[in-house]
Design a protein around this ligand. Structure first.
Ligand code: SF4
Length: 94
């Protein structure tokens, strides 16, 4: 879906607690099998996010606290999906 051009909310970075809570609340409204919704609301990208104001900031699943590298898996309960290490989403955390 991502490679096919699915548009996601990747620009809406969730840095503040209120933003995280908003995104998580939106994800919780989705049906369990709504993968497209999780990708869209989660703001997934196929490449690491690089900060627009600070190019030193690079966010990829591989460096996220929720990523299980050996399984290639995002363990954040509201996402709960397979992910490649170079992908990224707006809920990235270190
Ligand atoms: S929260 Fe986002 S960046 Fe972190 S592992 Fe899951 S999908 Fe990747």
């Amino acid at each position: 879906m991502l490679a096919g051009g699915l548009e996601t909310d990747w620009k809406q970075r969730a840095y503040e607690d209120a933003d995280v809570q908003r995104v998580v609340a939106e994800l919780k409204k989705l049906a369990p099998d709504d993968l497209e919704g999780r990708l869209r609301i989660g703001g997934f990208t196929l490449t690491p996010y690089v900060g627009e104001e600070d190019p030193e900031i690079e966010q990829a699943c591989s460096t996220c606290m929720y990523y299980e590298l050996h399984k290639k898996y995002c363990a954040l309960p509201e996402l709960d999906l397979y992910a490649e290490p170079e992908w990224s989403c707006i809920l990235w955390r270190i």
